[in-house]
Design a protein around this ligand. Sequence first.
Ligand code: SF4
Length: 766
Amino acid sequence: MKKAPGEEPDEQLTVTAPKEWAAGVPAVTHALEYSLSETSVRRTGVTLLTMNQVGGIDCPGCAWADPSPGHRHLNEYCENGAKHINDEATSRRVTADFFRRHTVSELGRRSDLWLNQQGRLTEPMVKRPGSDHYEPISWHDALGLLAEELKALGTPDEAVFYTSGRVSNEAAFLLQLFARVLGTNNLPDCSNMCHESSGFALHETLGTGKGTVSLEDIHHADLILVVGQNPGTNHPRQLSALEEAKKNGARIIAVNALPEAGLLRFKNPQEPRGVVGRGVRIADQFLQIRSGGDLALFQGLNRMLLEAEDARPGTVLDQEFIRSDTSGFEEFSRHARTVAWEDVLSATALTREEIEKVRDEVLRSERVIVCWAMGVTQQRHGVPTIREIVNFLLLRGNLGRAGAGACPVRGHSNVQGDRTMGVWEQMPDSFLDALGDEFGFDPPRAHGLDSVNSIRAMGEGRVKVFVGVAGNFVRAAPDSAVTEDAMRRCALTAHISTKLNRSHTVCGRTALILPTLGRTERDIQATGEQFITVENSMSEVHSSHGRLEPASKVLLSEVAILCRLAARTLDGTSAVPWAEFEADYGTIRNRISRVVPGLHDFNRRVARPGGIRLPNPVNEGVYATATGKAMFTCNDWEMLHAPEGHLLLQSLRSHDQWNTVPYTDNDRYRGIHGSRRVVLVNPEDVTRLGLSPGQSVDLVSVWADSAGRRAENFTVVPYPTALGCAAAYYPETNVLLPLDSVAETSNQPTAKGMVVRLEPVVAGGK
Ligand code: SF4
């Protein structure tokens, strides 16, 4: 049951059997129930009927692509998208009076769920040094305060500018422009924590950090591998695409440590058989893999494919593609044959027969797609795993042709677009050159700080000002206690936000809340109504038009806040026309079209229904890699090992959650109700560890620094996870993830590979 705004959840856990199918009628009723508990029937109608439609509001949820115009349903959204959009469209308001009634310390003790339930932020607030209250401040004074703090820094590198994937292309472009004109590349973003490993691996091997497939490709694949991904909760409309692929004859193999409902069966509420029938079986084969075993799986598979070619030369590998489009095959081939089967089987916890079955599916399939998400990227070997997936695709020429390719599935609506706009601490010189030429300045070239290194720098006093545009950095980041300490050491923290979250309560000596328009709201500027643009996981850039009246008359758009802040900070020293940009977002897009490849004539082309698909050079046979070809690579690994008495823990989201924000304390698909402090453990492990179902335990993570990171009072729930692998919710378990526990090369936190022990809570003390 959803709690009223003043109430905290009362933590009464009940556990039922996990669901074996996703969506169906319950998805519709839950979506409507949540929406109507947040806002009126009229506002719900406006959001849901315009969501993901041409000329409507782009879903602020995940980055899954929309069907082409003319092929969209009247209700083109999923349960979670509906909840997310109406969570933003809520009628509840956080006013100055709210902050008078609650101290910052008290808010800091509230749950994430409670903070989110208080509603939309309505006016700028400041917490001054030594005070425990936020108090109202005018926009002029708030932006002046922040500008003066930025100007007073010893060097621009003492500031970081964080973005989450909610930020529009226009705002993201302005943010990175402001930071670089100021003189820093300190542009950490949420991508550092979700798909950084994909970007690194794909850049190195294919010359582009993005996926290569379209929705049409998914529909026409013969075989789709869904690896380390839970589409039923995190990208629900992907299930419609997989259903369409199955209708066209595709086979689907799911690879995951948990048998998620959405991987098993899908009842599409748009279809009669999804309402009254049994729905569609999604995975033809489910590989319950040990956490961190994906690299071993793909190496084993690749070895099998090479051996199949040995047995039947000229029939298995795409030799012509390998010759014309790739480099490094010989070395890769030698290396792949050295992979030991016993290592593959122990790292994956799969049988050889299971992997042979996958090989046979691959051999029967002309067109193969691999989809993956954070089950792969948030591993220590995330980058080499994705390189090995690329090897797998290259062997049979599954790139650059219809129905085949690589599909990293992004979790937030514009996380890919923000990167396209230059939000990255390591943008290449080609982008910086174009930016500098367009605006007449010399952008800094030294790499800036990513999310992990920003936390280090704040903790060590090297960064004094944190500016967050959207998101909830404190809860998204690893090592919660370390991150919170780092934020508190800042002289000033400022958040451009729509709703209250933990990051507003864990703040610098001075803290600003700068409330902004949501994507659902009309954005009126001096030249009239504006729209913004976003880019989905499949590189399609399209517009989003707010439809609702803003939550407060005082709100400014993200673009307006950034333009005014930049103008105040730079004091007219830059040639950037900030006021013109604020008045007319079309002028920003004109500039983007001259800086960002593929977005020429941006304003005219984005006005077309469906928008623009950015070209992917890989699909043209162009590879901007070190060899000018798609690169085979040799990847070594060490098995992720949990000592006796320990488990491998992955953090995950509940079904009733969006990123860091739980909407309820239930997880319907996994049968968890009334509490989020649960740890899902294989029943055999429960017995082996001497635990019992329902027992209270502390989770204690094991790391070289012996810091004894502890998450207290979790309830043991027997669950069919892979043997030796446990799962618990994010962000509650971020406290267990050491800042230094990162993926090789990409520096991405390894939230899917924590080594923990479960310590029973003893009544009256530990
Ligand atoms: S699948 Fe993703 S983009 Fe589509 S409605 Fe659901 S949350 Fe929104």
